[in-house]
Design a protein around this ligand. Structure first.
Ligand code: ZN
Length: 457
């Protein structure tokens, strides 16, 4: 058996598992409130772990209770590239009544560890911490050529204001890195050519858009030719949701399409503007998550998600507001996006609503061919010789974006077992009964323990 799958080895059973379960039990729940999270509970656990191994930690606070922890071991060659493992400590809330177990007990049941944060992303954070210590030990007094760092962050599940954003803005010299591994990737999709796992290279841009409309109040019983703000934002919501943003078949999209297609015809269709709709509906019929994943990788998308309007049921609405989650393909500027949204709304609606971008972060993507990617791929193929590694970009965001923006090459990846399919991952992340199988945990630990040696070899 591959020793990386050995669930009885002491480093896995006696060191990794207790640490991982403790991070889940600490319940660092981030509600979006500045005083939620309480990441200091997990900071203390990690500090104890590292200091017991003679590895000094630096802790940064942008807000009391919401610590960030850095461990950095200097390299021997100042010209060598640095590598950082980055994970977050906070988790999203869980409604205990819907779960089949206590979401914060970190129970081990049916060969899986159950709990909020099990895959997002405490499995990574714990494997990175223990893997980091293992790698430093294995390198011995000779050390590594470049700096090896581990960073555990607060507040990823909100905006990163008390974590990533603060550190990148105020402590860049401490937290900078040439290469980084963080969430989100490594899950499997079964294909006609065997299982394929994805390495995440980048993220689409985020544009949160607000549309406001005004109307004229009047009696709800006489709506004939009334000036109703609800109708304006409703029409805007429909137009934006139905708007056909231009198809963009990037290299990464084409590689995702190759993975998803069952036949040559499907693959051609997915790669061509006129055929993509047909291709997507074929993929959707067998795997909805995969179809959505392909769709968002190939174009800008707009999802109208919040409507606020009206005062009372018998008053014609005099104001209404629509919030739209827009995710942009790389290269989109604010100006270009606003023009596209105006085209979608049409001239009349544009004169009736005020359009503004309230939050903006540009799309970001790392190079697919780098020494780190080669090291990742070699470890992946050793663990899964029957599989392939493919590239992807995601519609969601991670804290990795703050480093990509500064020029760091960032990949979202860990080694999992083939039980962690894309569907399982999508259902569990932020969902009910979040859990991860022990074999995946064991592989993840091995991945982060071995990656530095492979990277600087
Ligand atoms: Zn996460």
């Amino acid at each position: 058996m591959d020793p990386r799958r050995d669930l009885e080895r002491p480093i896995f059973r006696e060191v990794f598992l207790p640490l991982y379960r403790q991070l889940i039990q600490n319940a660092c729940v981030n509600t979006g409130d500045a005083d939620s999270g309480h990441e200091d509970r997990s900071i203390e656990v990690l500090r104890g772990f590292f200091e017991a191994r003679g590895l000094p930690c630096q802790v940064f606070h942008a807000r009391p209770g919401r610590g960030n922890l850095l461990v950095r071991v200097k390299g021997t060659d100042p010209s060598a590239k640095s590598l950082m493992f980055m994970g977050h400590l906070d988790v999203v809330p869980a409604s205990a009544a819907d779960w089949s177990v206590d979401p914060f007990a970190a129970e081990v049941k049916e060969n899986q560890v159950w709990g909020r944060g099990a895959i997002d992303m405490l499995c990574w954070t714990a494997a990175q911490a223990v893997g980091f210590a293992e790698a430093v030990l294995a390198a011995g007094p000779k050390g590594f050529a470049g700096d090896l760092a581990f960073l555990a962050l607060a507040d990823e599940e909100a905006s990163g204001r008390w974590g990533a954003q603060h550190l990148v803005a105020h402590h860049w010299e401490s937290v900078k890195a040439d290469f980084m591994v963080t969430e989100l990737g490594g899950f499997f999709v079964p294909t006609v050519r065997g299982p394929v796992a994805f390495c995440n290279l980048g993220e689409k841009g985020v544009a949160w858009v607000k549309l406001s409309a005004r109307g004229t109040p009047g009696h709800g019983s006489t709506p004939y030719r009334s000036d109703n703000a609800v109708l304006k934002v409703s029409e805007a919501a429909l137009r934006l949701a139905r708007w056909k943003f231009p198809f963009r078949g990037s290299r990464v999209y084409r590689s995702m399409a190759r993975t998803a297609a069952r036949t040559w015809l499907e693959r051609c269709a997915l790669n061509l503007k006129p055929g993509q709709r047909w291709g997507l509906s074929r993929v959707f019929a067998r795997n909805q998550g995969l179809a959505r994943f392909l769709h968002t990788a190939s174009r800008t998308t707009a999802s109208p998600n919040v409507v606020r309007s009206g005062q009372k049921v018998n008053i014609v609405a005099d104001r209404a507001e629509l919030l739209v989650d827009v995710r942009c393909v790389p290269g989109t500027t604010k100006q270009a996006l606003l023009s596209e949204l105006r085209r979608a709304l049409g001239r009349r609606l544009c004169s009736e609503v005020v359009l503004e971008i309230t939050d903006w972060f540009p799309a970001n993507q790392s190079d697919a061919r780098t020494p780190l990617k080669v090291a990742i791929e070699s470890l992946f193929l050793e663990a899964h010789p029957d599989s392939q590694l493919a590239d992807m970009v995601i519609g969601g965001v991670t804290d990795g974006r703050f480093w990509r923006e500064k020029g760091t090459t960032v990949y979202g990846f860990s080694l999992f077992s083939q039980q962690l399919t894309m569907d399982a991952f999508a259902a569990r992340i932020h969902g009910i009964d979040e859990r991860l199988d022990l074999e995946s945990l064991s592989l993840g630990l091995a991945f982060f323990s071995e990656l530095p040696l492979r990277f600087w070899r």
